[in-house]
Design a protein. Structure first.
Length: 148
């Protein structure tokens, strides 16, 4: 990116100035050029060529195809320079914080992680279903199965 003040004046070192005043706020490295300057953007931003001033614009990581986008994130929220991910019921955020993985409720405790009236818990994605002992009928009409 080049910012050209004037071809007839001495080079001005914008990089010696104040971030946000003399060069773009989101520029993590200002490189003086003669004339002008180049700007390397912070992570989560890309250089914007439209005004030749080394501006940095936010990358919307929630758009398909963008770096950082993960199709397994159920609810992506773009933030300045980054994004957050949240998951639908029956899922949890993976350790990388960018995708949702199934919660296996059946690995948990009866009455705490799955319905206490579920005799034999079977993991499903999402949630779980119940298999019942003789004389009981499974009600798997929602994500939390039970035997009645």
């Amino acid at each position: 990116k080049q910012y050209n003040r004037s071809a007839f004046s001495a080079d001005i070192n914008e990089c010696a100035g104040k971030r946000g005043d003399d060069f773009h706020q989101d520029c993590y490295e200002c490189i003086n050029e003669n004339p002008g300057y180049r700007c390397k953007c912070n992570n989560g931003f890309r250089e914007d060529n439209s005004n030749n001033e080394g501006n940095c614009i936010d990358i919307n990581e929630c758009e398909v195809g963008e770096e950082g986008y993960d199709r397994d994130c159920h609810n992506c929220n773009n933030t300045k320079g980054s994004h957050t991910c949240s998951c639908n019921r029956g899922y949890k955020l993976s350790s990388n914080g960018k995708s949702c993985i199934d919660v296996n409720e059946c690995d948990g405790v009866n009455g705490t992680d799955y319905n206490q009236d579920c005799h034999h818990c079977q993991n499903a994605e999402p949630g779980y279903t119940c298999e019942c002992n003789d004389g009981y009928e499974a009600d798997n009409s929602n994500l939390e199965g039970t035997c009645v």
